[in-house]
Write a protein that binds this ligand. Structure first.
Ligand SMILES: Nc1ncnc2c1ncn2[C@@H]1O[C@H](COP(=O)(O)OP(=O)(O)OP(=O)(O)O)[C@@H](O)[C@H]1O
Ligand code: NI
Length: 339
């Protein structure tokens, strides 16, 4: 930034994501979720610096050159549902033209079938057929969202990155969109879903990663997170408690400015469990980064070694089935996972 200032937008993040699995990444606005997604796609602005590795199919995404990213990663290995679809779509071309172009570029569809394939792609994302010849500025936010989702699914990429794919949609459409994304995971793709919508996360995620001020503070199986015993990090507990259908109690205060993080645990100024120990940054140990819970979070400026990350052995399908059976089902799954 100007004046040699640095913003640590994402720090010490470490996670893995298997084929067929959905990881929901949640956290307050500005905590670094989209920056993390952009880093994986090589779409950070030119002044950004990255360190570490992010391996997909043997390719280190953080080290890959522009040519590799263009030809083999974007759209082909990673499908992106962008956070601001209206800005992501080409403003001077119709949705149909953009779908057809993407089908042509990313698939081996014969010329004669491209039109049909584009219509089918729109249908997969519940984009209304009647709007195919509209330009992006003629779409509502939710319609643009679905157009962008349709584009992201065309390349059949093994990793789907969905950055708030349900923003601006009605509950019914949220559920349909989330279920559609889940189906792609069930077909063997990995799905990283960034969302503020905890109900959507609960509906489809296998694991939940909670981010605060650029760090993952908890990484837990979804059944455990949304059911019993619930999240362990005070911030994650606060996020859940803020939901209208739970306590409806907001977390006091605001997240810190990333350019001026407090020393030690960034959540300490808002935390009801704060103590002297919070003067050092807690490491993510056993899926939680807090001095007061779990592994104790041992001191150390930003360890990247996530030990035990709440991975649920029983895969998604069993989980979603258990989920529809409400509390008891989720509990059983959780016990299975812990065993
Ligand atoms: N190009 C940039 N230059 C400087 N700072 C940036 C840039 N892009 C993002 N940031 C900062 O990085 C932080 C993380 O931003 P990011 O967009 O990842 O947040 P987010 O978690 O996706 O939030 P939201 O839920 O609102 O989308 C923010 O504090 C933001 O101000
Ligand atoms: Ni974002």
């Amino acid at each position: 930034m100007r004046g040699g200032r640095h913003i640590a937008a994402v720090s010490a993040v470490s996670f893995d994501l298997a084929a067929g699995e959905c990881l929901a990444l949640v956290g307050e606005s500005g905590c670094g979720k989209s920056v993390l997604a952009s880093a994986l796609l090589g779409l950070l602005p030119g002044n950004a610096q990255t360190a570490g590795t992010a391996v997909l199919d043997g390719i280190d995404l953080l080290a890959a050159d522009e040519r590799t990213l263009t030809r083999t990663v974007r759209g082909r290995r990673i499908g992106l549902v962008p956070q601001s679809p209206a800005a992501h779509l080409t403003p001077v071309r119709t949705v149909r033209a953009q779908l057809e172009e993407t089908v042509r570029e990313l698939t081996a569809t014969p010329r004669a079938d491209i039109r049909k394939a584009a219509v089918a792609a729109a249908e997969r994302a519940s984009f209304p057929r009647a709007l195919l010849d509209h330009y992006p500025h003629q779409l509502s936010g939710g319609q643009a969202q679905r157009a962008a989702t349709a584009l992201a699914l065309i390349g059949d990429a093994p990793l789907l990155l969905a950055d708030e794919p349900t923003t601006g949609l009605d509950r019914d459409l949220v559920d349909r969109t989330a279920d559609e994304l889940r189906r792609h995971a069930d077909d063997g793709r990995a799905l990283l879903m960034i969302t503020h919508d905890l109900a959507a996360a609960e509906r489809i995620a296998d694991r939940v990663a909670v981010m605060y001020a650029g760090r993952i503070v908890e990484l837990t199986g979804a059944a455990r997170f949304f059911g019993a015993p619930g999240p362990r990090h005070p911030y994650a507990r606060g996020l859940l408690a803020a939901l209208p259908e739970r306590d409806f109690t907001p977390i006091p205060g605001l997240p810190p400015e990333l350019g001026a993080l407090p020393p030690g645990c960034a959540f300490a100024p808002r935390c009801d469990r704060v103590s002297g120990a919070c003067g050092s940054v807690p490491r993510l140990v056993d899926g939680v980064a807090c001095h007061h819970v779990g592994g104790g979070g041992g001191a150390g400026a930003g360890g990247v070694d996530a030990v035990g990350d709440g991975r649920v052995d029983s895969p998604s399908r069993a989980r979603s089935r258990a989920r529809s059976g409400a509390g008891a089902g989720a509990q059983t799954t959780e016990e299975g996972a812990r065993a």
